[in-house]
Design a protein around this ligand. Sequence first.
Ligand code: XLS
Ligand code: NI
Ligand code: NI
Length: 433
Amino acid sequence: MFSHLPTVQYEGPDTDNLLAFRWYQPERVVAGRPMADWFRFACAYWHSFCGSGADPFGEPTHLFPWLSIADPLERARAKADAAFEMMQKLQLKYYCFHDVDAVDFGDDVLENERRLAGITSYLQQKQAETGIELLWGTANLFSHRRYMNGAATNPDFAVLTHAAAQVKAALDATIALGGHNYVFWGGREGYMSLLNTDMKREKEHLAMFLHKAKDYARAQGFKGTFFIEPKPCEPSKHQYDYDCETVIGFLRQYDLLADFKLNIEVNHATLAGHTFQHELQVAADAGLLGSMDANRGDYQNGWDTDQFPNNLNELTEAMLVILEAGGFAGGGINFDAKIRRNSTDVEDLLYAHIGGMDAFARSLLIADRVLRESPYAGWRRQRYASFDEGAGRQFEQGQLGLADLRNLAVAHGEPALRSGKQEYLELLINRYI
Ligand code: XLS
Ligand code: NI
Ligand code: NI
């Protein structure tokens, strides 16, 4: 399906070939590690191979051959063939999927388990043939109508049991495929109106559900990390996994920190009113920077547009945080992004991924130089130098009480103003871009 297109290779910054990488050179060592290791780029099965371009106003526009096959099992295999072909063309070494992306589900639990197990063997073969690995698996607990009031947080216990059945099967598939991680994104784990919602009880159910899922997977020998993917809203009015700080508080409250980390998505950060860098830094500071979903939103509207990333300034700031954190704990960069409704050629999938991969690669090179060659990191450290010795140090060590601090204020008088130098730092970073 991609046979008319070349395998995308590194050709360097001078190439005019848009089906080549100008910056992404998988084996090139940057900051002590090959680029491929820093990124572990993954293809999101749902956007690239299940999305049809349909939107609330219009019918499908992506008339890709694998989508038009009527038999669900045959279509599942054709999708897998197309996905693995594209990943090879792009040198993408990882993929991520929901259970229902791999194969269509109906209402019968046993039949769904059979279908997923069937396509899992097929995917095992594909992985063996290509060396491509599963970065993470997950279960779609938001599309089926039974989840309209939530999955693990549904007020109806019967619905929760169906969510459990799906997660069990998705964990089995993830384990069988040697998946590195498992993701929970709770699109319907939230509420539309407090008038009909017992929020405390719903969150307790979610925590219990996550414990039981984790216990099951560990008992089956799963060694990977579980990720929670925060998002503030959409499709729920208010989602319980609002942002990184909220999720960290939840994991701590319910004793899940040993097994769970965060999978942070760019467009979700901006929906929460944060920059993506902010979310990365929150996760990194807590030692929970597990993985990321790469995309970008649209500054003129307020929903999850899931566009491919292309903004060098923003990506450079993100790579600064990722580099200083030492990379992702177990995860990588999953392109949770879709080509636009009116991008209707299969080669548009290639341009989209090349653009994203190259933008990340270039940002890594820039961020690495900023950290190695510029005063950036040293300047920020120096900003806190008054805490490195003397009374500031004693304060950090808890040796000064409030009255001691007051006496110091009296003794030293009004402090001199110290510039935060934001424009200087912005200029500095732009010089390296
Ligand atoms: C939706 C989420 C979803 C997760 C996986 O907004 O990004 O795609 O990544 O369930
Ligand atoms: Ni996502
Ligand atoms: Ni999203």
